[in-house]
Design a protein around this ligand. Structure first.
Ligand SMILES: Nc1ncnc2c1ncn2[C@@H]1O[C@H](COP(=O)(O)OP(=O)(O)OP(=O)(O)O)[C@@H](O)[C@H]1O
Length: 355
C-alpha cells in the first residue's frame, strides 16, 4: 500500500440513526426540535420549559423575513457535507447573500448539526464571524441566509497563491484570533472545525470564521461523547485520542492552518517518497509523532515561536486566543498598517459577480 498519494481531506461519516422528518414537522409545516422552531417565516428559539406548549404561529423576526420568493439564484459557490451553498441576490434590494441549504434527510447527526448551527448563528455577532442574517425552512430544506464573502475561503486563496507571506499571515491570523476570542470567552463556544474552507475572506480584506455545524457550547468539561462528521486533518490530538478537550483544540487547528499557508502544504507529510497508508496512519501521526514546526531557516523566530505556541500536543502548553493576540509575531506587524486587501485584490475572485 506504500507509495499511495496522501489523502487531501480525510472525512469520516459516522453511521447515523434516521428519524422520519415528520417527527420534527408540525401540521403547519414548522420544523420543530426541542427549543427550536423554524418555518417559512423564520426562526424562533423558545425556552425548554415552554417547548411542549401549543405552537405560537407568531414567530418573531427582527426585520422583514426573507423567503425563497425574494431570492434570485445566481450560482452554486460551494458544497459541504451538509449541503450546497449558493450565491443569491435579493430580488428587490439587490443585496448578495450566500444561501446555505441543508437537506433534511434527517439523520440524527445531521439534524443535531443543523440545530447547533442555527442556535450558535442566532446568538453570534462579531466582526470576525460570518453573519447569519436569517434562516427559514422551505420544502424539506433548512436555509441559512449568510453574509456573502466574495473572495471565498482561505482554501480558495492558498490554491491560487500557494503560500502566504508572514506579514499577511499575521494580519489574517489576528482577525481569526479575534473571532476565536469572542467565541471562546464571550460565547463559550468551541468551534471544533477550524480549517481553511471555514475561514472566509472578502474584498475588504476581512477574514471571518464560519460553519458552526459541529461546534459545541462548553458547559464545564467536554468529553468524547460527540460524533463528528467532517475533516479530521486539523483535529487536535486530544480529540483524536478521545480525551477531554476545550477551547485549546481550536488553537491547535489554527496553528496547523497558518503553518499550511506558510509552507504551502498540509504540515503532516508521510516519510520520504511514501504516501499515507490510510486515514488511520495520519491520525496516528498526529497523536504519536512530535508536532510539526515552522523551518527556522525559512521563517522568522517570532513566526516559529508562534506556531510552536499553537501546535503543542499538550493543550495546557498551548497559548489561548488572548495570549496569542499579544504574541510578538502578531505585535510585530500591528503598527505596519498592513491591509489584507492588497493580497486579495491581486487574486482572482472565486467568480465574477457584479453588484
Ligand atoms: N458566506 C459565504 N460566502 C461565500 N462563500 C461561502 C460562504 N459560506 C460557504 N461558502 C463556500 O461554500 C463552501 C462550502 O461551505 P460549507 O460550510 O457548506 O462546507 P465546508 O466547510 O467547505 O465543508 P464541510 O461541510 O465538510 O465542513 C465553502 O468552502 C466556501 O467556499
Amino acid at each position: 500500500m506504500r507509495g499511495k498519494k496522501p489523502h487531501k481531506e480525510l472525512k469520516l461519516s459516522v453511521p447515523a440513526q434516521e428519524t422520519p422528518v415528520d417527527k420534527f414537522l408540525t401540521a403547519s409545516g414548522t420544523f420543530k426540535d426541542g427549543e427550536l422552531r423554524l418555518n417559512q417565516r423564520g426562526l424562533q428559539l423558545i425556552s425548554e420549559e415552554t417547548a411542549d406548549e401549543p405552537q405560537s404561529t407568531n414567530l418573531k423576526v427582527e426585520d422583514v423575513q426573507l423567503s425563497m420568493d425574494d431570492l434570485e439564484m445566481i450560482q452554486v459557490i460551494g458544497k459541504g457535507s451538509g449541503g450546497i451553498v449558493q450565491l443569491v441576490r435579493h430580488k428587490w434590494v439587490g443585496t448578495l447573500y450566500a444561501l446555505k441549504g441543508i437537506q433534511m434527510n434527517i439523520q440524527e447527526a445531521v439534524r443535531k448539526q443543523i440545530v447547533q448551527e442555527l442556535k450558535i448563528n442566532q446568538a453570534t455577532q462579531n466582526a470576525h464571524i460570518v453573519l447569519c442574517h436569517q434562516s427559514f425552512y422551505h420544502n424539506g430544506v433548512i436555509y441559512l441566509v449568510l453574509e456573502y464573502m466574495d473572495r471565498g475561503s482561505l482554501a480558495d486563496i492558498i490554491k491560487q497563491v500557494k503560500t502566504i507571506l508572514e506579514p499577511y499571515l499575521a494580519v489574517l491570523c489576528k482577525q481569526v484570533l479575534e473571532g476565536l476570542l469572542y467565541l471562546h470567552h464571550e460565547r463559550h463556544v468551541i468551534h471544533r472545525d477550524i480549517k481553511p474552507s471555514n475561514l472566509l475572506v472578502n474584498r475588504k480584506g476581512e477574514v471571518k470564521i464560519t460553519d458552526f455545524g459541529v461546534s459545541a457550547v462548553l458547559a464545564s468539561s467536554m468529553g468524547q461523547r460527540d460524533t463528528f462528521v467532517g475533516t479530521y486533518n486539523y483535529m487536535a490530538p486530544e480529540r483524536i485520542s478521545g480525551s477531554s478537550y476545550d477551547y485549546k483544540s481550536d488553537i491547535w487547528s489554527l496553528g496547523l492552518v497558518i503553518l499550511e499557508c506558510a509552507i504551502g502544504r498540509f504540515p503532516y507529510i508521510p516519510s520520504e517518497g511514501e504516501g499515507w497508508l490510510s486515514f488511520y496512519e495520519l491520525l496516528e501521526a498526529i497523536v504519536d509523532q512530535p508536532p510539526p514546526s515552522a523551518p527556522a531557516d525559512q521563517f522568522s523566530p517570532e513566526f516559529c515561536a508562534f506556531i510552536s505556541s499553537c501546535i503543542q500536543k499538550d493543550p495546557a502548553e498551548r497559548m489561548s486566543a488572548s495570549e496569542l493576540l499579544n504574541h510578538p509575531f502578531i505585535k510585530k506587524f500591528e503598527d505596519k498598517d498592513l491591509d489584507l486587501r492588497i493580497l486579495v485584490e491581486s487574486l482572482e475572485p472565486p467568480m465574477n459577480i457584479s453588484e
